[in-house]
Write a protein that binds this ligand. Structure first.
Ligand SMILES: [Fe+2]
Length: 251
């Protein structure tokens, strides 16, 4: 069989347990052998391309969000986890009592990536009931991809910036499972808050700075209390709070 035919056959065989059993050896090789590398390398290459487009302001931040969520939705999650040596990393996590731990993903097995990436990356790790605390972003685009565990994920549009509070509008409030994704920009779903619903949970996260040329603010996080007063039009008056307060309330 040619390589292409073999690949197609391996993919089709996933639909049939009988065929899967017959080709178990082939399947195991594809999933855990050297063949994983080209799949994940091309995925990261596309991540590199789309993050450069927003970094260079060739696309608007909301278009970048679509591209990133599209890319995330096409991830080969087992291959990504293998490439990031996820199980080894996950086994060594010292989970915090409150909030989430930020870990540096191991990119040493990713081939063909530039040495001057324009995106930052991390993996959040937390135990059940703990959260990536509610926060928004100024002049940044970010995206979450669930690697392991179940989450309650919430997003809000930031409608208005006042002295001591933001006006926010709930946009997403749903369960997230491995492979599910969401994203953020100045213009869409700017605030997020993710709480682990399973014993442990892991989220892959990338971010790009200076994604909105019209925003004079430096890129960064802002912390909010999304459980503020409900006001007209389905909006919430969300007090601006410190990291410490957000961690105390929602970590
Ligand atoms: Fe964030």
């Amino acid at each position: 069989m040619s390589d292409l035919t073999r690949r197609e056959f391996a993919r089709n065989s996933l639909q049939s347990l009988t065929a899967l059993a017959l080709f178990e050896g082939l399947f195991a090789n594809r999933l855990f052998g050297a063949d994983v590398a080209p799949i994940v390398d091309s995925w990261f290459k596309e991540l590199d391309t789309i993050t450069r487009e927003i970094h260079d302001h060739k696309v608007k931040d909301v278009e970048f969000q679509k591209a990133l969520e599209g890319l995330y939705s096409r991830v080969d999650l087992p291959a990504l986890l293998k490439t990031l040596d996820f199980e080894r990393m996950a086994a060594g996590v010292n989970f915090p009592a409150k909030g989430a731990k930020s870990l540096a993903p191991d990119f040493t097995r990713v081939g063909g990536l530039s040495s001057n990436l324009v995106f930052g990356r991390q993996i959040f790790a937390m135990t059940k009931g703990r959260s990536v605390i509610p926060h928004g972003h100024d002049n940044m685009s970010t995206g979450f991809l669930i690697l392991k565990g179940d989450f309650q994920g919430r997003h809000y549009d930031r409608i208005e910036d006042n002295q001591d509070h933001y006006l926010i509008r709930p946009t997403i409030d749903r369960k997230f499972a491995p492979g599910d994704a969401s994203s953020i920009s100045d213009h869409k779903d700017n605030v997020h808050w993710f709480t682990a619903a399973s014993d442990v949970g892991f989220i892959f996260n990338i971010h790009v700075n200076d994604t909105d040329p019209t925003n004079p603010k430096s890129p960064g996080r802002v912390y909010v209390d999304p459980m503020g007063e409900k006001v007209a039009g389905g909006l919430i008056k969300a007090p601006k709070i410190t990291y410490g307060k957000a961690n105390q309330l929602y970590g």
